[in-house]
Design a protein around this ligand. Structure first.
Ligand code: AHR
Length: 322
């Protein structure tokens, strides 16, 4: 009897040691995040990808990364493969706002938390994602509009004709930046959007669409509002090729605040850029760790940003990180 008791005690001890070793091994196991990126369409996007990869390696996170080449079906495929691989967390920057319900339900059934970065999704069931980290795109549109309202006070009397280069059709930044800007300029009836078309957030498309705007409207155009710096930079080329001076004959307003925009401002070709920070990597890693550790995280984490008019570009340029 005595012998049997000793044996039971020994077995319990071995079991306890075994369990604690297993749980230590689990605790030491690096967190695995599957990240489905939009693509590589802009200087902003490249900086965003670099920030996420760099932050993952600094945080000891194993990152599975995919580039959807701006196609929603590729992002959905990537998310499904992360579910099959049983990653700890799925994060993605949705190329467009709608059409995510099914795949997000699959992630929820697999008990894999989802973090949205940069862009929002349009789903009725908000429990399909844990949190959304990114900019307030509507406010960015307002900021661009407010700059123009101020500037319009110094412009000659009469209509101020605006052409707008929209981002990717159906994407959150395109929808929101348009809405915020329109709401702001509606307070001054002189400000009129005469043409508005997508340039898909790329330089090449921005140039191509601006060429078409110039062909159709010529010298009637007073202002270009581009939803990102890359399209503005492409459009600046088109304006110059049409024999006009960007930044003077046509005021140029854009969003992002990438180094290329600061260079264009220092060259007098771009008037203002509204900041949209791509440096979301460190926040993403921290939030992912918090979620896995069972800590509560806010449903919305908004990035703090500024506005940079050409007058401050030379001073600010050395401080730019992207
Ligand atoms: O979603 C953020 C937007 O996407 C950036 O403004 C743009 O440059 C990028 O491609």
């Amino acid at each position: 009897m005595k012998f049997a008791n000793k044996k039971i005690l020994q077995c319990t001890l071995f079991l306890a040691i075994g369990l604690s070793a297993a749980s230590n091994a689990l605790a030491d196991k690096p967190l695995v995040i599957g990240f489905a990126q939009v693509g590589a369409e802009s200087e902003w996007r490249s900086a965003n990808t670099a920030s996420i990869k760099d932050a993952a390696s600094k945080a000891g996170v194993t990152l599975k990364f995919s580039d959807a080449q701006q196609k929603q079906e590729n992002q959905i495929k990537a998310i499904r493969s992360y579910i099959a691989q049983k990653v700890d967390v799925i994060a993605f920057s949705p190329v467009v706002e709608s059409g995510w319900d099914t795949v997000l339900k699959e992630a929820k059934s697999a008990k894999i938390p989802v973090i949205l970065t940069d862009r929002a999704v349009n789903v009725t069931d908000k429990s399909l994602y844990v949190t959304f980290i990114g900019s307030d795109f509507v406010e960015e549109g307002h900021r661009a509009g407010r700059w123009l309202l101020e500037r319009s006070k110094t412009m000659p009397a009469g209509d101020i004709n605006i052409v707008e280069l929209q981002g990717t059709v159906g994407s959150a930044p395109a929808i929101d930046r348009k809405a915020g800007f329109e709401k702001e300029i509606a307070t001054n009836p002189r400000l009129k959007i005469i043409r508005s078309q997508t340039g898909d957030f790329t330089r090449a498309k921005g140039k191509e669409v601006m060429e078409a705007f110039l062909k159709a409207e010529g010298k009637k155009i007073n202002v270009l509002y581009a939803h990102n710096d890359d399209m503005a930079i492409g459009a600046i080329q088109a304006i110059e090729e049409a024999g006009l001076k960007p930044g003077k004959d046509i005021l140029v307003i854009s969003v992002d605040g990438v180094k290329g925009a600061f260079e264009a401002m220092m060259a007098g070709k771009l008037n203002v850029t509204v900041e949209c920070s791509p440096l979301l990597g460190p926040q993403l890693m921290q939030v992912a760790k918090d979620i896995v550790a069972g800590k509560a995280v806010p449903k919305r984490i908004t990035t703090l940003e500024g506005v940079f008019p050409a007058e401050v570009a030379a001073n600010e340029f050395p401080n730019r990180k992207y």
